[in-house]
Design a protein around this ligand. Structure first.
Ligand code: NAD
Ligand code: ZN
Length: 375
């Protein structure tokens, strides 16, 4: 694997031409079995006054569960259960923000997102839109957010997306599926309690965990790779191999996947994802297929790009007896295939990372259609 030094040879003579990215990380993180019980004491110093509530956005899979009972509600705090059946949408964010602003006389003390990538992204977006005027759709893109959000905490209850560490919140808008990428998108605090991931169904555990695995493969095999992303990517990849190919004890497995997700997210923070993600965005936009399973559906057919990675993926799939659905694209029209390709081809940085600056020479709609037809 080739490591890029982040300095083009051509540019070495003109050092001013090199622009390195400078990005924030999650400033506070608590890790360990049972640490969710400390949420109340973590929130206490962040409470502005009795009328400024904490709003808890919680995956509705936790309705009537022990975890829901442990949520440390005080004063006029509000608990909102949200379905994660569909990926978060810009109008869903706008509605939540509207309701919160209508209901309370002052801004909330903070937003707490409890769930998988869907709820984490929703929490990030709502906290941003409470201080930035307009619709969430206005901010889909890079560095369009002008003001810091209110205080926000993420509690991942399933591991893999890296949404807990990333500087984006991926939203489905009226025109596009695209993240609100900004320095202000990063959580102020993350709570990593492996115990809260206990109930995750096996298939979902595989799909979301494979999102992390695919982050590693795409980052480690990309042209944007540098020592920063490589170190995190390699660590995450090792952890994924342990979790999915060895027979770890349950708690150890949950802990390791949680840390794999974190490191996988850190790896792509300073590089980029690649072919599976670009193509999976098309599936999600046209057919509403969720991120984790969408990545798996594409990745299994990417031997020519990620040979070793795909072989290992198949080994993991077999070990856990995961059957991926088939025939997803079989009834699609030519127009549908065009839509899939146009969404995927818009993800230019992903293709440039995967293939290189001349990616347009080999990545054509026909090429992509031949892969989509296999799904
Ligand atoms: P998810 O949040 O969509 O949840 C998947 C399923 O698992 C849901 O049915 C949910 O109810 C269930 N679930 C979650 N925790 C559970 C638990 N402890 N017990 C039982 N069931 C549980 O899944 P995900 O794969 O984590 O997230 C996908 C979303 O993340 C997509 O919207 C994608 O766009 C986004 N994403 C964001 C980033 C980012 O950096 N912001 C990165 C990758 C993906
Ligand atoms: Zn992903």
């Amino acid at each position: 694997m080739k490591v890029r030094n982040d300095i083009d040879i051509k540019e070495v003579t003109n050092i001013n031409a090199v622009k390195h990215r400078n990005f924030p990380q999650v400033p506070k993180v608590i890790f360990g079995k049972g640490c969710f019980n400390q949420l109340g004491e973590i929130l206490l110093p962040q409470r502005k006054h009795a009328d400024a509530p904490f709003i808890f956005l919680v995956d509705d899979v936790f309705k009537n569960t022990e975890l829901a009972k442990k949520i440390p509600l005080l004063f006029n705090d509000e608990l909102i259960f949200v379905s994660s059946a569909e990926e978060p949408k810009t109008n869903q964010v706008d509605q939540l923000v509207h309701d919160i602003l209508q209901k309370y006389t002052s801004l909330p003390s903070g937003i707490v997102g409890i769930g998988g990538g869907t709820l984490l992204d929703l929490a990030k977006a709502v906290s941003l839109l409470l201080t930035n005027k307009g619709s969430a759709a206005d901010y889909q893109g890079w560095d369009l957010i002008q003001k810091p959000s209110i205080y926000k905490i993420g509690v991942p209850t399933i591991s893999g997306t890296g949404a807990e560490v990333s500087r984006t919140t991926v939203l489905l808008g009226p025109e596009k599926k695209l993240g609100i990428n900004s320095d202000f998108t990063v959580f102020d605090q993350v709570v990593l309690d492996p115990e809260v991931t206990v109930g995750v169904p096996k298939d979902q555990w595989f799909y979301t965990g494979m999102d992390c695995y695919i982050h590693c493969i795409e980052s480690l095999n990309g042209t944007y790779l540098n020592a920063f992303s490589k170190s995190y990517g390699e660590m995450a990849l090792e952890l994924c191999k342990e979790v999915y190919l060895e027979n770890l004890e349950a708690l150890e497995s949950r802990e390791k996947l949680m840390m794999a997700s974190w490191h996988g997210g850190m790896s792509i923070a300073y590089s980029q994802v690649g072919v599976a993600h670009a193509m999976s965005y098309g599936l999600s936009y046209l057919l509403g297929i969720k991120h984790g399973i969408g990545n798996c559906l594409v990745f299994q057919h990417l031997e020519e790009f990620y040979g070793e990675g795909v072989a290992l993926f198949n080994e993991m799939k077999q070990k856990h007896q995961i059957e991926l659905p088939t025939g997803i694209c079989k009834d699609l029209t030519e127009d549908d295939f065009d839509t899939l390709c146009s969404v995927a081809l818009k993800m230019e940085p992903l293709w440039e990372n995967a293939i290189g600056k001349n990616w347009k020479e080999t990545i054509t709609p026909e090429k992509l259609k031949s892969i989509y037809r296999k799904i």
